[in-house]
Structure formats: C-alpha cells, structure tokens
Design a protein around this ligand. Structure first.
Ligand code: FES
Ligand code: FES
Length: 266
C-alpha cells in the first residue's frame, strides 16, 4: 500500500473522485493505441483485391466494306473504327482529300455524301456504305474541271492549295444548299428562302473551311462567280470549253490537279 493510501481517511474515500492509478492509466493508453492502429493493421492483413479483368484491346478484325466513291465501287478491308478520311486516303488511295486537324475544325477533309458536305475525319467509313461519296477527284468530269474548280483558278482562290479540295467540295455543296432554300445563320428570315446569295451568306456558309493562306476574299469571289454565272449555263459553258482555262494564261490547271493529289500528311 502506498503512503498516500495509508494516510487517506476511509470515510473521505467515497467523497473524492477516483484517482487513476499509474497502472490503470498505462492500460488505458495501450488500449487507445491499439484501437487507433486497428484500421492500419486490418489493411495490412486484408487479402489484396483480385486484379481487374484484362481489357481486350485487340483491334476488331477488318471486314469488307464497299464504298461508292466518285461513281466507282471500292471494296476495302476496314476495321470498324477507320474514319472515312483514312479509308479514302490510306485504303482507297485517293489523296485529294486532306487531313488537317483530324478533329472537325479545319474543313480540309470535306467531301460530299449523297451531295451533302461532311467532315470525313469525323465519321466512320462503315457508316457510308450505300452512299455516293464525292471527293475532289470526282468534281471534274471527263478531264474537264468543274465550274467551281475553274472559278478557283480564275480568281486565284488558293495559294498553297492544302485547303483547296475541302473548299471546292464545300463550295460546290453550298450552291446546291442555297438553290434548295437552306438558310444560314445570317439569313434574315429563316422561314423564307434566302433572297440572294450575298457575300455574307457565302462567308458564313464557307466558315467551316479554314484557309491558313488567307485566300478568303478570292474564294468568295470564285463562289460568287459560279453562282452569278448560273449553275447550268456556267457549267455547260465551262465544260464545253475544257481548254479555255488552260489557255487563259494563268497556267494553274495542272497545278490545281497536282495540288489535289500530291499532298499527304503523316
Ligand atoms: S481534318 Fe477534318 S476537319 Fe480538319
Ligand atoms: S490555300 Fe493554303 S491553306 Fe488555303
């Protein structure tokens, strides 16, 4: 018995609060430490979770896909994830359609699907079976440039030419859209057919096609020239005289064709 316990009056013992003995204090502290460490100990002793099942990353097998491009059927062995742009360039060997951003922002890859312009980098090739795809190589007929191609040459509507295939496809579809009464965001009354194809209309409708060379003013002039010339009379006049542009002095006929086929991005 300690000295303190010996001297304490037993009658006062009930009135005083219980003083923790040194042994009880150490026992409590040890218990608290054990409880605090329990999660850690439990984590150490837990059985590790089973590893996640491996994801099958093998590419889906290629399958035959038949695309009608510029009036000709191409049966290509394509994986389902191949974009139309890559199918055109890498599988069908049609290098005219250009890859710029590969994410739908520049318009360099514009082609026509059943006459409707689309960004070939944003769509899968397998989605276009049964449609008529037109690329820049398909705009000319029987070695005669299309009216729009001729107008681009006449108005110097390109410099490096990288954006030109997309611009040509886009401009060709633009005139058809306008002819069928499609409105744009600058059309004053979208419930009525746009009255005229103003330069603002052309700029707006071509705004999805970026030209890093800044040939915009001449592109607008070229589109306007084809529109003002009348699609039928202009087209017939131009196609009736296939040598006229080549003889016009600017000498860009062959250049334009080569520009469409020689560029290749990696
Ligand atoms: S490459 Fe398709 S939009 Fe730029
Ligand atoms: S002509 Fe060079 S990007 Fe348009």
């Amino acid at each position: 018995m300690s000295t303190q316990e010996e001297c304490q009056d037993p009658q006062d013992e009930a009135a005083l609060p219980q003083q923790p003995s040194r042994r009880r204090f150490l026992q409590s502290a040890a218990a608290a430490a054990t409880v605090g460490a329990a999660p850690h100990l439990r984590a150490q002793t837990q059985t590790p979770a089973a590893p996640p099942a491996p994801i099958n990353q093998a590419a889906p097998p290629p399958r035959p896909v038949t695309l009608t491009i510029n009036g000709r059927a191409y049966t290509l062995q394509l994986e389902p994830r191949v974009t139309l742009l890559d199918a055109l360039r890498e599988y069908a060997g049609l290098m005219g359609t250009k890859k710029g951003c590969d994410r739908g922002q520049c318009g360099a890859c514009t082609v026509l699907a059943d006459g409707r312009r689309i960004n070939a980098c944003l769509t899968l090739a397998v989605m276009h079976e049964g449609e008529n795809i037109t690329t820049v190589e398909g705009l000319a007929t029987h070695d005669a440039l299309s009216p729009m191609q001729r107008a681009f040459i006449e108005h110097d509507a390109f410099q490096c030419g990288y954006c030109t295939p997309g611009q040509l496809c886009s401009a060709t579809a633009l005139l058809n859209e306008f002819r069928y009464g499609a409105a744009s965001t600058v059309t004053a009354d979208v419930r009525a057919r746009p009255a005229q194809l103003s330069d603002d209309e052309i700029r707006e409708r071509m705004s999805g096609n970026i030209c890093r060379c800044g040939a915009y003013a001449n592109i607008v002039a070229a589109v306007r020239a084809v529109h003002d010339g009348g699609s039928q009379s202009g087209s017939a006049a131009m196609q009736d005289a296939p040598g006229a542009i080549g003889a016009s002095g600017n000498g860009h006929g062959d250049e334009l064709r080569n520009v469409h086929t020689n560029h290749r991005t990696t």
